[in-house]
Each structure stands twice: as C-alpha cells, then as structure tokens.
Design a protein around this ligand. Structure first.
Ligand code: LLP
Length: 418
C-alpha cells in the first residue's frame, strides 16, 4: 500500500503536500504516514484472525514516541532490546504485559529493571544469560517468564550483516542444545519456562527460510511436550522485508507469510508472538532532502544533497537501494550519483541511477526510510540529527525537533583540568 502520490505534480504524503512541511521544518527531515503504519499493522491482525497472536513491534526499527504511540493505540505490544527501548515502549503506553525483551547481552541492571516492570517475557540467548537472569529474579523473589531464542542454522538469504539464524552468527542457542537447555531452566527457582523464540534475520525476500525455520521450531515444541515441558508461547521474531524498489516488487505478501504461521502452529495450542519492525514502518517513511550542488565530474554527474550517511546509513552500510523521487514530478530523466555532504566516499545514496532530472535547490524524497533510518542516525561530522514529522490525513505534526548547535555542543564538557 502506498500512502504517497503525485497530485498536480507535487509529491503528497497522505493529503499533505510535502513541500509545505519543508517550508516549515527545513531539510533534511523524516516524515511518516500514520495511515501507512496502521494499514501495515492491521494487515497482520487481519491475516491472523484465526490464531491466538500478539504483534510486538520491534522498536529498534523506529523508536520515535509518536510512531510507537500509533502502534500502541492499535493494540501492538513491543519487542525491545535495551532498557532504553523498554522505557520508550512504556512511555508510549505499551503495557508491560505485551512486552518481550530480546537481545544477546542483557545486563543484570537491565534485567532487574525489566523484572520490576513485570514484562511478559525475556527471550534468553545463552546459558550464562539464563544463570544471571535466575539469580536476578531470585534476588527480588520473582520468577522471570522466559523463552529461549533458538538458532536454527537456517540461511535467511539476506544481507550478511542482517542475517542472524546461522550457526556462525552470535545469536541464540544452537538448536542441537534445545532439550538440554530447557531441562536446565525447568529446574531453576527464578525461571518460568513459557516459550520458544526464533529470529533468523531481517529484510527477508523469500518465504522458504521462514518455512524451514517454523518447521524446526514446531518439531522442538512437540519434542519438549513429550518431555513434559509444555510451551504456551511461540515467538517467531520479525524479518519480513519491504519493497525498496517500487519498479521491482519482490516481497511475499503478509497473507502468505501468515499462512505459514497457521500451517505450522495452528494446532499447537500456543500463542504466537510476532516481532515485525521494518514491515510495519519501513514504507511509511520518507527522508526529504534538498539538492545543494550539481557537480559534473570527469565521468559522472554528482547530485550533492543535504542529507548524509549520518541521517540514513542503510545505503552505505548494507549497499541498500532506496528509490529517490523529486518532490516536483518531471518527465525528463538523467543519470546521477546521489551523494551526501560527508567526507567519506561511502556517503552515497545511489550510483549511476537513472531518474528524474534534478536541479540545484530542488527537493527529493528518499523513499522507504521509515525503518532503520532516524533510529540509526548520528551526529557524525557534527551534523544535527534531523527532525521527524508525522502525517495524518491533511494534518502534520513535528514529532522530533531539530536540536540547536548549542545544545549539541553542550552535551560535552571540558575535563576538570582544562
Ligand atoms: N526481532 C529481533 C530479535 C531482531 O533482532 C529484529 C531486527 C527484529 C525482531 C525486527 O526485524 P524486522 O522485522 O525489522 O526485519 N539495520 C538493519 C536491520 C537490522 C535488524 C536487526 N534486528 C537495516 O537497516 O536493514
């Protein structure tokens, strides 16, 4: 579903002319469509009607409070990976009873904080983490409800940096050790074994790896039941991708993905937790930027825009493709390298891209930037982190201001001897 379209040759997000936002907010900035987020969330809910499920939004994709609140109001839970994310989820109104805590290295302090909030589940990733969690829970006379994240050794067929389900990856407990680790946990005073968890990677473009993984998880649930360990939660992680290239859609539908969940798990009498991040917010967001210079090099023409790799890291970090559209529609085309102002060659958004012709001063939208965009941004090159704007119908609202240079510099202080 697309929440943007050209009207009178001007790019609109929902019913808002993005240029109008740019006049007030100044570039670069992110803007998100509330409608697109809601449609994506409801897509899961709709497809999973027959199953007992809870969608727990993976906050790391976009942790703006307003974005979390949109999802909280729709009934979403949260998948968090740090005390900071847990605090954000709670602050946006997601009840602790719908929060799962993932991550390979929860610290004792983080565990104690999460225990004090009575979260729904800890997804435990190692034996040593289990010991520490047991100790922390006992120290406050509580039982920590847990699932083990199992590493199924399945290739997600995605970029190596976001592939997490193979034995060479740091994540989860090797599937061969499943029964052993559950037996151990079952004997611990501070641990309540309730589920099993898996997450094999992000931006998956095929269903086969999910199918293979869910089959293995199903087998483990059945095997554990025969040992007297009856699980009631199956957490299937996130990972379903989004289309980044509108001219070449490749992502399987939510319908087909959810059909797999039904196929593998509907008869197991378990609640299914999903942890989608990107597929809820990815296509909802645009990074709006202005062309500063058009520079003709020896062989290529560079369009230098005012957004950089510090604002959107994905192209530089994962060689990710993002469509780039002019805010004013044009029929003329040209071939460009679209680059940022940062002092690194990796600060490149597109190379040799055939696209609409652009002039200096023009505004462009870097599409599908709602997930892992603002959330991964930094102040590298002492650039101000960009503002974020939420659009809803014909309204828009700034949901994160651009801070001042003064505030940024004042985050530092001189050493006592200076
Ligand atoms: N659950 C766990 C345990 C995860 O580690 C992740 C993502 C998710 C859920 C959500 O996955 P999603 O539905 O968004 O694929 N920065 C990278 C993506 C990193 C994903 C990390 N984990 C990117 O920009 O592509």
């Amino acid at each position: 579903m697309t929440s943007y379209q050209y009207q009178n040759q001007q790019l609109q997000l929902e019913n808002v002319n993005i240029k109008e936002i740019a006049e007030i907010v100044n570039t670069p900035f992110y803007c998100y469509s509330q409608e697109s987020i809601s449609t994506a969330y409801n897509g899961y809910v709709e497809q999973l009607k027959g199953l007992d499920t809870q969608v727990c939004y993976a906050l790391k994709a976009n942790s703006n409070q307003a974005v979390i609140k949109v999802l909280a109001d729709l009934g979403a839970g949260a998948d968090v990976v740090s005390e900071g994310e847990l605090r954000r989820a709670l602050a946006a109104g997601i009840p602790a009873s719908k929060i799962v805590y993932s991550g390979v290295a929860k610290t004792p302090d983080e565990m104690l904080f999460a225990l004090s909030k009575n979260i729904f589940q800890f997804n435990v990733e190692s034996e040593n983490e289990l010991y520490v969690l047991n100790e922390m829970a006992c120290s406050v006379s509580k039982k920590a409800a847990i699932a083990f994240r199992i590493n199924p050794d399945v290739d997600a067929n995605t970029h190596a940096k976001i592939s997490t389900g193979m034995s060479e990856n740091k994540f989860g407990i090797p599937i061969s050790r499943t029964t052993e680790i559950y037996r151990l946990a079952d004997s611990m005073e501070g641990i309540e074994v309730q589920g099993i968890d898996v997450h094999i990677g992000s931006q998956l473009t095929q269903l086969i790896p999910f199918d293979q993984t869910f089959k293995l998880i199903r087998e483990k649930v059945i095997e554990l039941a025969t040992m007297g360990i009856q699980l009631k939660i199956i957490d299937v992680g996130g990972g379903l991708g989004v289309d980044y290239d509108a001219s070449n859609p490749v992502i399987p539908s939510k319908e087909d993905y959810c059909a797999l969940l039904t196929k593998h798990f509907s008869d197991l009498d378990c609640k299914i937790i999903l942890e989608p991040g990107r597929s809820l917010v990815g296509n909802s967001g645009l990074l709006i930027s202005r062309v500063i210079y058009k520079k003709r090099g020896e062989e290529r023409t560079f369009i230098i825009i005012d957004a950089g790799m510090n604002d959107l890291l994905r192209p530089s970090m994962y060689e990710a493709h993002h469509d780039i559209l002019p805010l004013t529609e044009s029929d003329n085309t040209a071939t460009y390298d679209i680059v940022g102002p940062i002092c690194e060659t990796g600060d490149t958004f597109a190379r040799g891209r055939k696209m609409a012709e652009l002039e200096e001063g023009e505004l462009v939208a870097i599409m599908s930037s709602g997930a892992y965009g603002a959330a991964m941004s930094s102040t590298y090159n002492t650039r101000l982190q960009v503002p974020e704007v939420l659009v809803n119908g014909d309204q828009f609202s700034i949901v994160r201001e651009r801070i001042s240079y003064e505030a940024l510099i004042n985050q530092d202080q001189l050493a006592s001897w200076q």
